[in-house]
Design a protein around this ligand. Sequence first.
Ligand code: GTR
Length: 327
Amino acid sequence: MKKFNTLAAALLASVAFAGAAFAECEVTLKSSDTHPDGYPTVDAVKHMGELLKERSAGRICVEVFHSAQLGEEKDTIEQTKFGVIDFNRVSMGPFNNIIEETKVVSLPFIFRGTDHMHRVMDGPIGDEILAAFEPHGFVGLAYFDGGSRSFYNKQKPITSVDDLKGMKIRVMQSDVFVDMMTALGANATPMPYGEVYSGIQTGVIDGAENNWPSFESSGHYEVAGYYTLNQHLIVPEVLVMSKASYDKLSAEDQALVKQAAKDSIPVNRELWAAREKVSEEKVRAAGVEVISDIDKTPFIEAMVPVYEKHANTPKLQDLVQRIQATE
Ligand code: GTR
């Protein structure tokens, strides 16, 4: 009983503290994420919020709405543009049809691996792409890890490009990914992330593609029992702020926001590396058949028309070349 009382008191205190936490803030900024609490992107943004609160002496707080509480990514991007949502952590994918520079870092096989992606996005090219958000109503703040994405489905093991022929595969709402699937001979079905589970379950789609943590945390592995590690995409995730919200802050507070976002990057990377392992173990333990012996060359070769169509101006072609030339 005594133990119960102590626990109950601690719980009450923490609830009261959470309420008080935002009550004391001068500004509470809303942040959106499609992922559940405890996911590496959600926790990285929470960390940013803690830094911001500490460094602003408690004036500026961030409330993270996880699990798509504020909507699916494409809709939350709209709301962020208008300042209804202050921060948004999303994939580059849903930005592709709005900001052309984001298409380049969403091209299949553009990065040779996560280290290469980090070297590009941590350097001048990454800064250039962050700056490209501004004319569209967003302030690009930081990149987070999104691992590499591979195909999963409920029908059969995919071991070659041929196996994808005619399959209905969900992609993020971006023309780059629709064209990627078409080039592989599949039927691309762009749809919001939150509809994929039931889509596979009911047979509207045969499968989708994602990284280990998303495949696991979304529960998609429960309905799609074959996962092929072809790793066609390494798409950086991005944390943006609404330009409308940003412009309301003083120059000092704007600097605090930018720095706190940057300081959340190493936290995200560490959490990501750990979560990839945990998710992989969980998916394998559930009995999903993982196909890792796969020749990526035919997948890479099939992407020529996708590069031609989407890196279609001297500016974007130059960006592709500079990324490929980055050691
Ligand atoms: C996840 C990514 C999300 C979202 C999702 C999707 O890997 O973290 O931001 O883009 O994929 O497939 O929609």
